[in-house]
Design a protein around this ligand. Structure first.
Ligand code: DP6
Length: 399
């Protein structure tokens, strides 16, 4: 083989989804291995609206591992990146030593170039680290020819990333072992299970950057006895109830558990010392609106959940989306100036009755919400076959 064709990099591109927890992960029992103090459960969001795309190139001519994120070169020595690279290479070496003939033994010593982009703005405040690490691990695995259980490696990049390794409804089982081998994600139901379920991300106009989840949860573990109580005495039975609600497609049970769990997570943040506030006045207004909406109809039609930031993620059934979106537009009049207020899955227009407006009875908050991303449950990571989608050129550098 001529010298230069051997130097041509092996290039693989994959995409991975964002997930939103309905039973929250908050708190670690092991910082380095990223082992949680409780199990959690999430819905994987559809990649048509929210995804990370990652290209990995490997070549014997590369001098060192390098990474570019959203157009900018970042520090590859970052501990969590190193954990993922090390664990994938370890798995690949193990497979080769176990005698897998499919594995090209030279490739193992090759350095990699990694390039990753999101199809959504960082300002959307969605934990991009989950999709990012899931995509990194999934793509590296393809490059090094390893298959099978990978959520335990994604977990070591970011805890919530392990749940982005599967589509649909996913639980992260906390596990008991000190080495974390049993702390893995598992699909509860596929994305096709509940087609009527819709998800709306209400992007609140951010006032300031909130404290990150890694350090926030660390302080909570150190100082909040409510968090300890939650992990030990609340989450175990709540997980079982949530799995049952999902399996039965019982929206009322699903919605109530989702809201209660979000509220309890934010209560543990307030119980942290010094306290952490992720919910803004806009978030609080959304919470009131949802409860008044449900009360008006005498049934739970809509649920909210909030992560480590002010953006609400709304769950509802397809038939309620047009009216609820109209209501959001009424109580949070936007200044999009003809720009799109609703992105993602199309939403039919609807009118809202005076009756309903009065029942909600809140003072409108102009510009409180910048825009809405309308989406649904979606599949797990996948390979992007089209080579024109590679983020790295044939020289192994960002295009
Ligand atoms: C509030 O997974 O971002 O979104 O493991 O330190 O990387 P690290 O934290 P991360 O925490 C996510 C916290 C959460 C709840 C959740 O997604 O379950």
């Amino acid at each position: 083989m001529p010298e230069n064709s051997m130097d041509k990099p092996n290039i693989v591109t994959c995409a991975a989804p964002v997930n939103i927890a309905v039973i929250k992960y908050w708190g670690k029992r092991n910082e380095e291995l990223i082992l949680p103090i409780n199990s959690s459960l999430s819905v994987t969001l559809h990649q048509d609206q929210l995804k990370t795309t990652t290209t990995v190139a490997s070549s014997r001519s590369f001098q060192e591992d390098r990474i570019w994120l959203n157009g900018k070169e970042e520090d590859i020595t970052h501990q969590r990146l190193q954990s993922c690279l090390r664990e994938i290479r370890r798995l690949a070496r193990k497979r080769r030593n176990d005698g897998d003939p499919g594995l090209d033994s030279t490739g193992l010593s090759h350095k990699v170039h990694i390039c990753s982009v999101n199809n959504f703005p960082t300002a959307a405040g969605l934990a991009s680290s989950a999709a990012g690490f899931a995509c990194l691990v999934y793509t590296l695995a393809r490059v090094f020819g390893v298959e099978g259980e990978l959520s335990g490696i994604a977990r070591q990049g970011s805890g919530s990333a392990c749940r982005s390794m599967y589509g649909g409804f996913v639980q992260w089982i906390m596990g008991k072992k000190d080495d974390g081998k049993d702390s893995l994600a598992q699909q509860v139901e596929p994305e096709t299970h509940w087609p009527e379920l819709r998800i709306l991300v209400l992007v609140a106009s951010a006032e300031r950057k909130p404290i990150g989840s890694t350090s926030g949860m660390q302080t909570s573990v150190e100082t909040s006895c409510l968090l300890k109580h939650r992990a030990e005495s609340v989450v175990p039975s709540r997980m079982a109830e949530m799995i049952e609600a999902v399996q039965r497609k019982d929206f009322t049970a699903f919605a109530e558990l989702t809201m209660k769990d979000s509220n309890q997570f934010h209560a543990t943040c307030l119980d942290t010392y010094p306290p952490i506030f992720y919910l803004s006045s806009v978030s609080q207004q959304v919470i009131s609106l949802v409860h008044r909406y449900n009360r008006h109809y005498g049934e739970t039609r809509v649920a909210y959940t909030f992560d480590a930031g002010p953006n609400a993620v709304i769950f509802t059934l397809q038939q309620h989306v047009p009216e609820f979106v109209q209501l959001i537009q009424h109580f949070f009049p936007s200044d999009t100036n003809g720009g799109q207020f609703i992105k993602g899955l199309p939403v039919n227009s609807a009118s809202i009755s005076e009756d309903l407006k009065q029942a909600i009875g809140l003072e409108p908050m102009p510009k409180g919400i910048s825009y809405i991303i309308s989406t649904k449950a979606g599949p797990g990571p996948c390979v992007v076959e089209d080579p024109t989608q590679h983020l790295l050129g044939s020289d192994g550098f960002p295009k």
